[in-house]
Write a protein that binds this ligand. Sequence first.
Ligand SMILES: O=C(O)CCC(=O)C(=O)O
Ligand SMILES: [Fe+2]
Length: 356
Amino acid sequence: MANKSDFSERRAFDETKAGVKGLVDAGVKKIPTLFHHQPDKFDKATNLGNHVIPVIDLANIDKGPSLRQDIVHMLREASETWGFFQVVNHGTPLSVLEEIKNGVKRFFEQGAEVIKEFYTRDKFKSFIYNSNFDLYSSPALNWRDSFACYLAPDAPKPEHLPLVCRDILLEYGKHMMNLGTLLLELFSEALGLDPGHLKDMGCTEGLIALCHYYPACPEPELTVGTTKHSDNDFLTVLLQDRIGGLQVLYQDQWIDVTPVPGALVVNVGDLLQLITNDRFKSVEHQVLANHVGPRISVACFFSTGNRLSSNPYGPIKELLTKDNPPKYRETTISDYSAYYEKKGLDGTTALTHYKI
Ligand SMILES: O=C(O)CCC(=O)C(=O)O
Ligand SMILES: [Fe+2]
């Protein structure tokens, strides 16, 4: 949490409405101490083994029950251990993946005066550009600017979206909704439930595109692009460019999620861990800062976020037994999101707060 002088420095940074990109454009060679990050105990343990995140090929998904079963099996294993996998042949055309990355870059690079108009911390807007959503609560700032676009359940009014990425955001959202729906069917099957179970629970109701811009950093060893965290949603589908830097915590080591051309990274979020009573793991990940940039990524979060929601979510009854009693109390998505945001990215998981 910020102390007083820290707070005024954070506010001054916020008021520039120019984000980290603004610092880089101004030519900073030394990063402000606000961005200095405390190394964590796993920082030295990086890629010690030959671990690779599983890559799952979805090409055969509709080619008969036995091929589908193979895919479900791989997805189950990956979700119980890594909490992360990459998918290829996922149905979203390469041209759409390229265009959304270009659209995000165009937004951040259209000029400080134009993007300032979109800078806000008003959580109820459908398009929210700022730097560090947890600017006032995190122990240290991240070398990253972002915008969030709320795509579902209410489609945004096109005129509320920036012209330079309006069409592609809406199109990308449709592809992600199709892919998310398929993945949640596969997750349901992997749990031994009806294919429609997770969808019927409302897991695909909300979709938020979180688009990140990580400027080149003059002192990458002193900071991070994104602090270690797990995601506060059911499921995340992430597109990253070729620069790399995303790492996943696996057996107490940071493992690189190496960019695979055309692939999408899928990870289990906190809410899926909660409703599966810890069967599927919402695993911590981070993004390193880099001399090279900008790095662009687009994370699609299946969640209604802080929008009002009254559906209670707790461990799925069908998965509970005498030996597997509920590990979490029920919560709503908006309650969980509010707690997660208030806590900020501080390297700890928000799930602990909901443990019975
Ligand atoms: O930029 C990335 O690769 C990851 C971003 C991320 O972890 C998130 O948005 O939750
Ligand atoms: Fe994340």
